[in-house]
Design a protein around this ligand. Structure first.
Ligand code: 5GP
Ligand code: MN
Length: 338
């Protein structure tokens, strides 16, 4: 969003409106933290705001303040459609292409509501009247903080909003270690703690609520880890049978790919997770340095994201998908080998 548009947005928000706030499908910490953080801010101005997630999200996010108000389009279609139909404004957060919200996209496209995007992914689509898109940002949560600041409302950030925004900055930066973590990120985090975010407790709520079976599944994933040292690449596979064996629940594989990336000398990591329900292989890609997994995923696996973190999918079976991955790698020999 260019600064010049801020007065227009401020004017729009100066009278109570019907507002829908949407995160991407399979929402993560940044998607839920940013939508709920914005939700609590809009509630302060008595807007009739609702967060509608395309589908459910992991249990480790279910303690977030306002979680009980979130609608899930997948299981609450009628209620969701009616809110989208009568919305004056629709905020889309932490994604920038409508296909990222699945079936919900057609309902949003059909709506006459004014659309506002706040997002940090690369190559945004042009569907929103007001776009605050910045790929240098650590997280959408950091951008929601900036958005509230641009509206001159930093003092409206209370402990509830601060808690939500802290979560997304923390999860999207890998606890403040990925390269998009800047001094401004730390300043925002400092300010959120001052406003009442309980940092240590938040880390605990997100990271230290493992089930025994999730740790066993991690054990299996690490057993399945394969390394291609000459291309500084490592990958993990998990079949549906393995997921079933360890009682897989949504969110259980979050972060597994980072173990592959943590191997000494590895700059490119992938995880391939079979989903019989969706009939696809879900792919997460991570890299260090210049190698763009966003470009790699766009070129070969129907996805995208950021330079160092992207998602993708394959409609072929697990083995075929991994074979395809391995066969593509030599094309990137120049970038990947030492
Ligand atoms: P993950 O591997 O955790 O699913 O995704 C990594 C990052 O890429 C996240 O920021 C996620 O929002 C983004 N991402 C995942 N899938 C897609 C996709 O299909 N398109 C785009 N543009 N971004 C994606
Ligand atoms: Mn994000």
């Amino acid at each position: 969003m260019i600064k010049a548009q801020i007065p227009e947005v401020k004017a729009l928000l100066s009278v109570p409106k019907n507002i829908v706030i949407i995160p991407h499908k399979n929402p993560d910490g940044d998607a839920m933290g940013s939508t709920l953080g914005l939700y609590h801010y809009l509630k302060y101005y008595n807007h009739n705001a609702t967060v509608i997630a395309p589908n459910d999200y992991p249990d480790f996010l279910k303690w977030l303040p306002g979680d009980d108000t979130v609608l899930k389009y997948e299981s609450q279609q009628e209620e969701s459609k009616s809110l989208i139909d009568k919305a004056d404004l629709i905020f889309t957060l932490d994604f920038n292409a409508l296909h990222r919200i699945g079936d919900m996209a057609e309902v949003v496209e059909a709506s006459n509501a004014i659309k506002l995007m706040i997002d940090h992914h690369q190559q945004p689509d042009d569907y929103a009247k007001y776009m605050y898109s910045d790929v240098t940002m650590s997280s959408t949560c950091q951008m929601v903080y900036n958005f509230i600041e641009m509206l001159g409302d930093i003092d409206k950030i209370n402990a509830t909003i601060a808690t939500c925004l802290y979560v997304g900055i923390m999860t999207d930066t890998g606890s403040f270690r990925f390269p998009a973590t800047t001094s401004q990120t730390h300043q925002v985090i400092g300010s959120l703690i001052d406003k009442g975010a309980k940092n240590s407790q938040i880390h605990n709520n997100i990271f230290d609520t493992n089930s025994y079976s999730r740790l066993q599944l991690l054990g299996q994933a690490l057993q399945n880890l394969e390394v291609i040292p000459e291309l500084r690449t490592a990958y993990i596979t998990l079949s549906q049978d393995e997921l079933d064996e360890f009682n897989f629940k949504k969110g259980d594989t979050e972060g597994f790919v980072n173990y592959a990336l943590s191997l000494k000398g590895i700059i490119f990591a992938a995880i391939f997770i079979e989903s019989k329900q969706d009939n696809i292989i879900k792919i997460s890609l991570r890299s260090k340095g210049e190698f763009s997994v966003n470009e790699f995923s766009r070129a070969h696996f129907n996805g995208g994201g950021h330079t160092n973190a992207a998602g993708g999918r394959s409609e072929e079976d697990l083995l075929t998908t991994v074979d395809k991955f391995i066969s593509i790698l030599p094309k990137y020999k120049k970038e990947l080998s030492l």
